[in-house]
Design a protein around this ligand. Sequence first.
Ligand code: PLP
Length: 432
Amino acid sequence: MSKNAELLARRQAAVPRGVASATPIFTERAENAELWDADGRRYLDFAVGIAVCNTGHRHPKVISAVEEQLKRYTHTAFQVSAYEPYIALAERLNEAAPIKDAKTIFFTTGAEAVENAIKVARVATGRQGVIAFRGAFHGRTALTGALTGKIVPYRMGAGPAVPGIYHAPFPVPHHGVSVDDAFYGLETIFKVEIEAKDVAAIIVEPVQGEGGFYVAPKDFMVRLRKLCDDHGILLICDEIQTGFARTGKIFATEHYDVEPDLITVAKALAGGFPLSGLIGKASIIDTPLPGGMGGTYGGSPIGIAAAHAVMDVIADEKLCARAEKIGARMKERLEAMKGRVDTAPIGDIRGLGAMVAFELVTEKGGNTPNPAATSALVAKALSHGLIILSCGYWANTIRLLAPVTVPDEQLEEGLNMLEKALVDVAAAAKAA
Ligand SMILES: Cc1ncc(COP(=O)(O)O)c(C=O)c1O
């Protein structure tokens, strides 16, 4: 029995199925874009822990910053005896974020950052309602799960939804929802569900992550800001998946010339160590009382040390420009794969910077989602040595999340593996 198979059997016996794994392999070690499994097989990792290791697995500067921190102290709780690197990281994010007069607080997970964003919005406005978008993903806790705009598997059977949460359509023109349709949906909520004056916040991902890498059109974000201003509603940008060089900017919101009131960050912020944060306009984020926010591990010194190194690496290695280059090359190769007669039919190809995705459809030139081909492609790619993830409201989207530090030859190697897998999936469909 292979070590992977042995571990899979132990996992199935000891760990609930609720925490699903996208692949049946178990990690032995990982460096930058490469990962080796328990049987010693090498893979290229175009998932990087779900958009976490944008700076690659174990970036030497991140590892050495963490090692230095381990020699000094590992945990004191910021609420008990605070530490300078936390303040310095807040200063760096306040400076980098597209928010004037910002302050930042740190937590541990993305869901925790979102929970706190909603808390701040409610305290600051004295209102209860929150609007999220269909297909959005904001987490799996009771509140963030309720914000997440997809029932199966995130909310199935988990009891009555948290009250005060409403979902508007997200604009996806090629699935028949224009920006005007999305605004009609929002205005309808104000007419039939909750008055605008009772809405505390609208939360939006500038590029939907789990929902399918749908990029918010620029006029949508601009109109959303105006709608919020017209009604005294706060705008929260969830940048947990889009942040830290992934889209070619530190914050995807920077592509839009829109100033949010609050921004949630996590994942790539600390390059593989658990750290999240909430950045907000001082007049808003300062409204909860002392003690009203925080958490035992919030802003762990280890995560903070890693995040400083991540910010240095992004600047030193010009990763924002690199993300643009990687994304352009991915799109070019995907267009060529789409044009071949012997690949599984590819639909829309999209993305921002190195946050790139494509859809699998039932026939060339068509638009009907093909979820079966999508899961077959994930498995085939793995058999060729490439780790990729699917996503999407229609379960037919493949997202490519190579580390932004991936060397050119490994980027090509991974895309060659993907191309082979697309040919295999088409051949299997023909044979069936
Ligand atoms: C946009 C977005 N928000 C929130 C979350 C939740 O983050 P976490 O899994 O760290 O709780 C995620 C996780 O995928 C995400 O992509």
